[in-house]
Write a protein that binds this ligand. Structure first.
Ligand SMILES: Nc1ncnc2c1ncn2[C@@H]1O[C@H](COP(=O)(O)OP(=O)(O)O)[C@@H](O)[C@H]1O
Ligand SMILES: [Mg+2]
Length: 252
């Protein structure tokens, strides 16, 4: 089989006595959507923080296209082609939507942090065009000039996806993109994920099982920091351990 795009090997993280992630081995295949599911506290966000370099691993290693990325700084990992959108809000509230995406694009191109770029404001037009393309893809062009803080919650979450997209990733990691969204916003987000999946490999944590079952090519189920099972959604949802651990005995 071809080398997986992203390979996790025995990935572990301890916070003091808490084993938040416990020996997770998982291959992420190119052009697939892998959904990571599991109860609260299972270690999903921590796993993403390890993949994206926010935390160092206690044990194991992570390869992107066969090259080690564990130990790299988050910004270096972004430059290797892996970007994330956050479970918590992560943009500059006073800047417009366009400026937020443009800064992310410039940071990717220059290797500078968005904060450093803000202090040395320059008006290179190319990131602006790239940023407009991203906003168009997210259907946010109408509000390009609005301060990020004034956008609806759903638009803010899409803007965060735009900030990740501006880094031109091969792999997009998304932590609960529909969290706190209305049913309509959730449907829009699901459609957005489906459209992004046409040309980007996606790893997503998502609680909404309807979204999960529609977008995922593979499911990875976590419980107590460990990977319970991984495989095609139809197989995983029939797994008795999964039903007991996560679905409360019911099929979602
Ligand atoms: N920065 C941290 N410091 C200490 N413990 C943490 C930290 N982040 C997460 N944890 C703990 O790790 C476990 C897994 O949490 P998390 O990865 O947020 O789970 P999930 O995203 O699946 O809900 C929990 O017990 C949580 O309290
Ligand atoms: Mg989480």
């Amino acid at each position: 089989m071809a080398t997986p795009l992203l390979a996790l090997d025995s990935v572990s993280k301890k916070f003091g006595e808490i084993q938040a992630v416990d020996g997770v081995t998982l291959d992420i295949r190119e052009d697939e959507v892998t959904a990571v599911i599991g109860p609260n506290g299972a270690g999903k966000t921590t796993l993403f923080n390890l993949i994206t370099g926010r935390y160092g691993l206690t044990d194991g290693h992570i390869e992107l296209r066969g090259e080690r990325i564990d130990g790299l700084e988050p910004q270096q990992i972004v430059r290797q082609g892996l970007a994330r959108s956050f479970q918590i809000t992560n943009f500059f509230p006073d800047l417009t939507a366009l400026e937020n995406v443009r800064l992310a694009s410039q940071a990717q191109r220059t290797g500078l942090t968005p904060g450093a770029l803000l202090r040395h404001h320059n008006d290179d037009p190319e990131p602006r065009d790239a940023a407009r393309e991203v906003l168009k893809r997210l259907d946010l062009l109408d509000i390009a000039r609005e301060p990020a803080s004034s956008l609806a919650h759903g638009q803010q979450r899409h803007l965060e996806i735009g900030i990740a997209l501006a880094c031109d990733p091969d792999v997009l990691v998304m932590d609960e993109p529909t969290a706190g969204m209305s049913p309509d916003e959730t449907v829009e987000t699901r459609e957005l994920v489906e459209s992004l999946a046409e040309d980007i490999t996606i790893v997503i944590v998502e609680h909404d099982m309807d979204v999960v079952m529609r977008v995922a090519d593979r499911l990875a189920v976590m419980e107590n920091g460990s990977l319970l099972t991984a495989g095609p959604p139809e197989t995983v949802r029939e797994d008795e351990r999964v039903q007991q651990a996560y679905l409360g005995g019911e099929t979602a």
